[in-house]
Design a protein around this ligand. Structure first.
Ligand code: NAD
Length: 309
């Protein structure tokens, strides 16, 4: 598996990373033993970057991931988790809560440190608080050695510009913004690269929109986006080329993006994703799919506070 440097962190990360949110049963109910096998399949095939959060399955994803990682040498993987989001509408970015949160995550994951600690979905909160209180607290807490780097995550790209204009972070995690349907993260990438900020692209399947199974009921995209993506999935299926394959291949080939996180609790799916990452993309089909999705290109949804969108 090809690797890229995660900004200035010095971490050499696999271009495909493992997103552990499905281990929390976020997309569908899961068999935990299968989920654990999915993690092992990912590591055995050369994925060295794993992303999780206390929020996923309300701590279940971290717990199941901890079981999967038990006994695996710590130097075999980079591990990222998050602080600040604890429920659909439960956020707490205070220094007291994040300090406790780190210890809780380390216990669930069964590790002594994580490589990256990220403020989770900051568009739901006052960005001034993140800049003036949370990030400075994380800088101080970092000295205790429980995490190495600090990141911020969220959906609207504006949040990254606003926070980074007044503060420092090692990485950003953006999701659903570098896919077949929305490539707006590419516009921000040069500015981030100039500052040596690591770029993590999550949800190349746009949280299931770009899959034959389709988006889960809770998916926030509007009907036009869902319809266009469904038509694209059907077009790919008719050509015998899964849209999931095209979507993964499209995301990883942009060198400005350091790693792309794809989530699944299925060993077969993660094995497919890894296999597809090593194959050339079908350029003709890609052009057709991009043309089909053009009417909804970069059409996103509002998330979090209005002023952060
Ligand atoms: P995704 O785009 O990777 O889609 C996941 C869905 O696609 C699941 O239903 C999964 O079963 C399915 N899938 C995956 N591979 C497949 C395959 N080969 N064939 C068929 N279906 C397949 O979305 P995601 O899981 O939301 O994103 C990946 C990871 O990124 C998450 O697990 C999480 O770790 C991270 N993430 C972080 C944030 C954040 O910090 N705010 C937001 C979104 C995602």
């Amino acid at each position: 598996m090809e690797h890229r440097s995660l900004g200035n962190t010095g971490l050499s990360v696999s271009i495909l990373g493992y997103g552990a949110s499905p281990l929390g049963g976020v997309f569908a109910s899961i068999d935990e033993r299968e989920g654990i096998r999915a993690v092992h399949t990912a590591l055995d095939a050369g994925i060295n970057y794993i992303d999780v959060a206390p929020y996923y399955g309300l701590t279940r994803a971290e717990t199941v991931l901890g079981q999967a990682l038990s006994g695996i040498p710590r130097e075999r993987y980079f591990l990222a988790t998050k602080v600040g989001r604890y429920g659909e509408n439960l956020f707490d970015f205070s220094p007291q809560r994040i300090e406790r949160s780190i210890d809780e995550s380390l216990t669930r994951l069964g590790v002594e440190y994580v490589d990256l600690l990220q403020c989770h979905d900051i568009e739901f909160t006052d960005l001034r608080y993140i800049i003036e209180t949370t990030l400075p607290a994380l800088q101080r807490l970092r000295e205790r050695g429980k995490f190495r780097f600090i990141g911020i995550t969220g959906l609207p790209l504006k949040i990254f510009q606003q926070v980074l204009a007044r503060s420092e972070a090692d990485t950003i995690l953006s999701y659903c913004r570098y896919t077949l349907a929305d490539s707006s993260l590419a516009d921000l990438a040069p500015t981030l690269a100039e500052r040596g900020i690591g770029i993590i692209n999550a949800s190349p399947l746009a949280m299931g929109l770009l899959s034959l199974r389709g988006a889960p009921a809770w998916h926030p995209a509007d009907a036009a986006v869902k319809n266009a993506c469904r038509k694209a999935a059907e077009l790919c299926a008719a050509r015998g080329y899964p849209i999931e394959k095209l979507a993964v291949q499209f995301a990883i080939r942009n060198r400005a993006i350091h790693t792309t996180l794809v989530g699944t609790a299925s060993p077969a799916h993660i094995a497919n994703n890894i296999q597809w990452a090593s194959e050339p993309i079908d350029e003709e089909l890609l052009a057709e799919v991009l043309a089909l999705l053009e009417p909804i290109h970069n059409r996103t949804w509002i998330q979090g506070r209005t002023e952060n969108n």
